[in-house]
Design a protein around this ligand. Structure first.
Ligand code: LLP
Length: 461
């Protein structure tokens, strides 16, 4: 028996729950709230996604690999569109972007939010209609803004007075009238990790509502008349479960909208409420459904508009994580298993903080399962760690795995579609894993694995 076999840790666990609840059946279970809909255990006990076994995936594409259940992602796009009918749903490309993903969201009828020249280039190169692109960022360069205006990007979300001046000069030069939204800092403390909360006063994004900068920016744009001010934008943060933050934020921006109407005589036709909708990483997380979110936000906006006698603006939202996060799992191979007597079992996989920095950076929690087989062995409490040269290289802090987990087993970590490949690094010169999309029995590489030659190609000294 390994250290921390089931029952040994009564009451000591945080998000994974008490040890005595775990049985071999629990450890082998694929809980629908944590896994893409196309994932199930096949007859041989291995996981299959979109009818393709993870054993076959590992054999063909190697490990580690990010595996995208394409139907699951498409279904999430449709769910948001249906729930937010009559709104524009921007997929936030920062969560994960590549050309195949651009095509998926474009085909599904979504808009796309980009926040750098690189993301814009990816979107345009995959044929995203420019008028369906929104361009964000607190420090867009002149080159990036020029490219966006030349390409005819649908909305540019302006974030500072310097940017308004820059964009105004570019618009004059090019003889264009770019449509802009104004990013407003609404002073809402979102309940999430401090690094990913974006609407409290003391931070770099947006124009402060309370301090008057947001109104002053609107006035400047309206009076100069070079840019077309279409509406206001607010994004309060990311991985948020408590919808009251979105509601408060909607109220506050609509208040500003009324102030702009009263003082400047313009009624802005649009309102973008940003993204940030949380997903389940462990069984402790209970996110709202898109239908729930839509119902609440629609009601707040309708009530507030009625109270302020505003026409209902066209709403937009920008979910990233909620669309791609749950559609992907990372497939690793176990390399070593080490019992540290009386403390815990460390299971090392062939990736780590270079393919998923979120545990190290935000203390994010994940779950994991042995993917290549089921096991009747009793559960042990394990920590899944990577192959990098630091002890903070944790993939899953606490998880119950079967006591017979061993080198050569495939291990899968669900919920890795958002902010894992997009934040991946080459730390320790580890090439980044591929992204493999699976659909209806067919697997294709959409981002290929990096090679050592790729790494050396940049090294020109
Ligand atoms: N719109 C704006 C303006 C944003 O800044 C973001 C995320 C989104 C939409 C999409 O948020 P989502 O729906 O994906 O939560 N790296 C962090 C998350 C940073 C989010 C940055 N902005 C993480 O791994 O949790």
């Amino acid at each position: 028996m390994r250290a921390h076999e089931a029952g040994a840790l009564h009451g000591e666990l945080g998000s994974t729950g008490p040890a005595w609840l775990r049985t071999p059946e629990d450890v082998n279970a694929i809980l629908p709230q944590l896994w893409p809909t196309g994932v199930a255990r096949a007859a041989d006990g291995a996981l299959a996604v979109g009818e393709v076994s993870v054993r076959a995936l590992a054999e063909e594409f190697g490990t580690p690999a990010y595996v995208l259940d394409e139907n699951d992602m498409r279904e999430r796009c449709r769910e948001f569109l249906a729930a937010f009918a009559g709104c524009d749903v921007y997929y936030a490309g920062k969560a994960f972007l590549c050309r195949a993903v651009v095509r998926i969201v474009a085909e599904e009828g979504l808009h796309l939010d980009v926040c750098t020249g690189g993301e814009l280039a990816t979107a345009l190169s995959a044929g995203m209609p420019p008028e369906r692109i929104g361009f964000h960022g607190n420090n867009k360069s002149v080159a990036e803004l020029t490219r966006a205006v030349e390409a005819g990007v649908g909305r540019i979300v302006v974030d500072s007075f310097h940017e308004i001046d820059r964009l105004t000069a570019i618009a004059r030069d090019l003889g264009r009238r770019p449509a802009v939204l104004l990013r407003v800092t609404v002073g809402v403390e979102a309940h999430t990790h401090e690094f990913i909360a974006t609407a409290h006063e003391d931070q770099k994004f947006g124009f402060s509502l309370a301090g008057g900068a947001a109104f002053a920016a609107a006035q400047k744009i309206v009076e100069e008349g070079v840019l077309e001010l279409c509406g206001l934008h607010s994004h309060i943060g990311s991985q948020i479960f408590d919808t009251s933050g979105f509601e408060l934020s909607a109220r506050r921006v609509l208040g500003l909208q009324a102030q702009i109407r009263d003082a400047l005589g313009v009624e802005l036709p649009e309102l973008d409420l940003g993204g940030g909708f949380g997903i389940a990483y462990t069984t402790q997380d209970d996110p709202a459904t898109p239908a729930d979110l839509a119902k609440r936000l629609d009601k707040i906006v309708a009530d507030e508009c009625e109270a302020l006698r505003l026409k209902l603006p066209r709403l937009s939202i920008e979910p990233g994580r909620a669309i791609v996060g749950p559609a992907v799992f990372t497939l690793y191979e176990v390399g070593t298993v080490k019992d540290v007597d009386g403390i815990r079992t460390y299971v090392s996989v062939d990736g780590g903080m270079s393919d998923n920095i979120r545990a190290a950076l935000y203390g994010a929690t994940y779950s994991a399962t042995v993917a290549s087989r089921t096991s009747a062995a009793p559960p042990i409490l394990a920590r899944v760690v990577g192959k990098h040269c630091e002890s903070g290289d944790v993939v899953v802090k606490d998880e119950f795995l079967p006591a017979d987990v061993q080198p050569g087993d495939l291990l899968a970590v669900p919920g890795t579609g958002a902010y894992c490949r997009s934040m991946a690094s080459n730390y320790n010169h580890v090439p980044r894993p591929p992204v493999v999309a699976v659909r209806d029995g067919h697997a294709r590489v959409i981002v290929r694995r990096e090679t050592e030659d790729d790494l050396l190609a940049l090294d020109v000294g």
